[in-house]
Structure formats: C-alpha cells, structure tokens
Design a protein around this ligand. Structure first.
Ligand code: G16
Length: 548
C-alpha cells in the first residue's frame, strides 16, 4: 500500500543518518549536544515537526537549529508550537522516543505509534518553518532537517539565519494570518511592528530635557548582531543609538566566548572586550538573542548588573503605573519567576509593588504557561529570558476603554504601543531592549535610577561536573532535592549557618553539569555557602574532574 511505501522511504533515508550510541534527552529547551552528534536527531525532528503540524490541522510549526548560550561546537533544536510558544510538553516523550530509536525498525514503529495515538492522517496538510543561528554545524543540520521534512511535509519555508525569537514570531504571524494577524512574517514585518511601536512611545515621552543616549549592545558574536543592526537602522538614530559590538559571526571560536548574557550573568562582570566606564550604558544578548541583561559601572567603578529580575521589576512597575493612569482596575497583573530569582526582587514585587509572584521550574516553557494565568503576565528568568503576555481580556480592555481624561487617553495609547513592542511568542532580546529603553525614556531614568529599585542579595552560580546528572531529582519548583538520598539534608545543614542564606541544586537541561545557586547577606557568606554546597554535591553526587 502507499502507507507502506512512505515508511519504507523513511526507513531507507534514515539509514543514512545512523543513531550514535548515546541516549538523547529532551532538555530545558529541546535537544542539545555536540553539533555533529545531532544529525540523526535533527533528521528525525523533521519527521516529528511534520507530524505535529498535521496533528494541529496544518498550522505552522517552527524548528530552530541553535544551542543558544552553549559553546560553539554544540548545537541543538528548539521546536515551536502553533501559537509561537515552545512545543507542548505532551509531545516531548515522542521526541525522546524518536531520537532514541536505535534501528530503522524501531524508528518506524515509534512513528506508527505516534500517528496511531494521536490519530494523525499522514496525508494531511502540514507546514513547517525553520531557521538556524550562526554555528558552524548549522548548515549541515539544516540540510538533514530538510531531508526529514521532504519525506512527510508538503509545505515548508527556510527563514535562513535569524534569531530564535524571530522564528517564534514568524510562526505566530503565519498562524494568525486569517484571524487577527499578529504581524507580517518577515524580518521587515518584525522590524516594522516593534520598531514603529517603540518610536511612538519615544515620541510621546520625548521632552526637551531628554536625549537618546547610546546603548552598547554585546551580541555574543551571534545571530543577534546583524539582526540588531537591521532593527536599529530601521528605527533610526534619532530614536535609538544602539552600538553593536562582539558582532563577529564569521571568525571561528568566538560565539559566546568571554561575552554574551550568560557570561555576564554568571561571572558578574562585563565582557573583557568592552571598554566600560561610568555613564556608559551596556547590555548583552546570548548566542541566539533570546536573553538580555543590562549593566554599567557606578562612580566607584563597581559593576552593577541589571538582570532578568530587574528587567521584570521595571516592567511590572511601569505597567502597574500605566494601568493606574489609564483607570483600569479589573485586569490582574502578575509576575512569574524561577528559584534563581534574586530574593530581593521577589520581595520588592510582592511587598512594594503588591503584585502576585509565582515561582515555577526553570525553562521558558514553564514560565510562559504560568504567565497565561494573569491578564498581564510578566515572566522573566534571572538569566534574562522573558516576555510579557496579554490575555484576550487585557487586549480588549486596553483597546476599548473610553478615556475619561487626556491623561487616561495618553496612558491607554501607551499601553497599546507597549503591547506592540513586546514579542509575546517568547522571550526576545531585541524586543526586550526596545521595551526597557522605552520605559527608561518614559520615566526619564538612568541605569542608576533603575538599579535603585532594590538592591540584589549577593548571589553566586556554580557548575559541578558529575558522572550522571540524571540522578539529581528535584521538587518544590526545583528548590528541594529528592535524590541523591540524603544530599538535601546536608545542604540544609550548611544553609542554616548563613543569615538569609538560600541555596539549591538542580541538573542543567542544556549542559552536562549540575548547577548550584546560593545567596546570603554578604558576598563572603555567599561564596562560602556556594562552595560548601558544591563540594557536598561533588562528594555525594558522583563528582568528576577537579573538586570545586
Ligand atoms: C535555555 C532555556 C532557558 C533556561 C536555560 C538554562 O536557555 O530556554 O529557559 O533558563 O536554558 O537552562 P538549564 O539551567 O536547564 O541549563 P537558552 O538561552 O540556552 O536557550
């Protein structure tokens, strides 16, 4: 039958991309590994994306080839669902089963069982959009993805080299084309939508007192460099002076090396390539431009980091004020964070801003969905990955509220434009940058003013190499270990010696390491706490290599 022949073709083609003898696991943001090791996985995800689209009545699915903040030789795959968010968790098991099918026979049987369980007609329509970042293995992986797609997918579009959030945006645009279009699914469409909204906010905020000051953008030598240049050229120097550096995507071994958002956040220092001095305003993207952190040095040459938590706080404050000025009381505004959120930020938002804060597992895929419980949901990971979501009710209220005064009219107008500056599909460094810049201009705030919202608890992030990170299992939004046995009790006994101490341990879902987070009242205590916990992890959790 024709059904047999499709499976035969898949089987034949798949034999060209044999599965290496390792177990792949679907992590925090999809599969990640050394790029060349992922060939079979990417081929198979082409098949999976086609199935997912067929299941979703032919709506577009996105596939992004990237390993984001990871080292250059790594690569990965992020799958995007029809609404522009990450692949629904119920399909992660299928991904894992497909990626790990050892033989062609196994592969076909997994495909058949997915089609059967999900009631998928293999002849149904489908549409897959794909893109990649600047990694050396990306072209190879795009090619095998296309081989996979060609077997099951009638309709697909290569968006070339774009940022991860741009691809998410394209998916959302294409799937809303016939209803309420989110935007135009091209780079120009993206720049126009968020750029025009940004300009409108700056126009309404501009006073004689304020001039646009330059912002130095560290692009991690990744895909964000070119895209940021295109965006800021579109917006124009009168409105934004974004000076990109670390924008070399052609020289090997530069991506994310001593630069980028992850480097700055983890090391709590600026990239050495940047000449930094007081009054210079700086920010960093990561390798695929879905993370953003700001920083500066103060007059005492002290490094000040404005991370995802400070960005969330700034947005929450500004939206709270705008809703108030607009006379809107019926919309609930809330914030979503992870265990990595600095304790001071959570306190500030709960106690000073009086906003609800939810804590969830690490991974945008979790935060995004919790944020949907609010009318306006601000979600940010401390590492700078986040966005703002508006419910249907929020969108309509903002659009339809009759202003009772010129001030209310102005606030409503601003809320509309802020809504359009934001990429609601996923966290987006470029859109985030415009959002932050627009808020700072509106409030006439310097980075110092922003920093003074609250002062961070001293904090430290460490990585411990272990033989098998899968033995680390957590509960309580990843703040408590349930395995290895007895380790949590040891951590508790260490933590209780430090005033305001907090520490937790979880396996990374993007790197082969266990992460240790610590915060306490003083920098010394924090360091000591972090290293003691890391040592316990090393000793009780099968540490390998040099001890921490
Ligand atoms: C990905 C996820 C983020 C997560 C980060 C680190 O970021 O999208 O939500 O915070 O990994 O995850 P883990 O601690 O599990 O390694 P990116 O920028 O690498 O895609």
């Amino acid at each position: 039958s024709s059904r047999m022949s499709i499976y035969e073709l898949i089987s034949q083609e798949s034999a060209k991309y044999p599965k290496p003898n390792i177990t792949f696991s679907y992590g925090t943001a999809g599969f990640r590994d050394i790029g060349t090791v992922l060939v079979s996985t990417v081929f198979r995800m082409g098949l999976l994306a086609a199935l997912r689209s067929k299941k979703c009545h032919g709506e577009a699915i996105g596939v992004m080839i990237t390993a984001s903040h990871n080292k250059e030789e790594d690569n990965g795959i992020k799958l995007v669902d029809p609404k522009g968010d990450m692949l629904h968790s119920s399909w992660e098991t299928y991904c894992t089963l497909l990626a790990n099918a050892q033989s062609e026979v196994d592969l076909i049987s997994v495909l058949k069982s997915i089609a059967n369980d999900e009631n998928i007609d293999l002849d149904a329509q489908c549409n897959v959009l794909y893109a990649c970042d600047t990694r050396p293995t990306s072209p190879l992986l795009v090619e095998v993805l296309e081989r996979g797609l060609s077997l099951l997918c009638t309709n697909s579009t290569n968006f070339g080299v774009v940022t991860t959030p741009q691809l998410h945006y394209f998916v959302l645009c294409i799937n809303t084309q016939n209803t309420t279009p989110y935007g135009i699914p091209t780079i120009e469409g993206y720049n126009t939508k968020i750029g025009n909204a940004y300009r409108a906010i700056v126009d309404s905020a501009r006073t004689d007192l304020h001039i646009v000051t330059p912002i130095f953008v560290d692009c991690a030598n990744g895909v964000g460099a070119k895209q940021m240049q295109l965006l800021s050229n579109y917006i124009g120097m009168k409105y934004i002076k974004a000076l990109t550096y670390n924008d070399d995507t052609t020289t090997l071994n530069k991506l994310n090396v001593d630069c980028g958002a992850d480097y700055v956040k983890t090391n709590q220092k600026p990239p050495p390539s940047l000449e930094i001095y007081p009054t210079r305003r700086c920010c960093s993207f990561d390798g695929d431009a879905d993370r953003l952190v700001y920083y500066f040095i103060d007059n005492d040459n002290k490094f000040k980091l404005l991370d995802g938590d400070k960005i969330a706080s700034l947005i929450a404050l500004h939206f709270r004020d705008l809703l108030q000025s607009a006379g809107i009381t019926k919309l609930n505004l809330g914030v979503v964070q992870t265990a990595y959120a600095n304790g001071s930020s959570t306190k500030y938002m709960r106690n000073t801003l009086k906003l609800p804060v939810s804590i969830t597992n690490t991974g945008v895929k979790y935060l995004h969905h919790v944020a949907q419980n609010y009318d306006i949901g601000v979600y940010f990971e401390a590492n700078g990955h986040g966005s703002v979501l508006f419910s249907k009710e929020a969108t309509e209220t903002i659009k339809n509220t009759e202003p009772q005064s010129p001030a209310q009219k102005e606030a409503l107008h601003k809320l509309c434009n802020f809504h359009d500056v934001i990429n609601e599909a996923v966290g987006d460094a470029m859109s985030g940058l415009l959002l932050v810049e627009a808020i700072l201009l509106s409030r006439q705030w310097t980075l110092e003013n922003w920093d003074q919202m609250y002062s961070d608890m001293p904090n430290k992030l460490l990585k411990v190499k272990v033989a098998n990170r899968n033995i680390f299992q957590t509960t309580n939004a990843e703040q408590t270990l349930v395995s290895p046995d007895g380790l949590q009790e040891i951590i508790d006994s260490i933590v209780c010696n430090y005033p305001n101490g907090r520490s937790f341990v979880r396996p990374s879902g993007t790197e082969d390491a266990v992460r240790v987070y610590a915060e306490a009242s003083t920098a010394n205590d924090t360091n000591e706490l972090a290293y003691k916990v890391a040592k316990a992890v090393y000793e009780k959790g099968g540490g390998i290599g040099p001890a921490p």
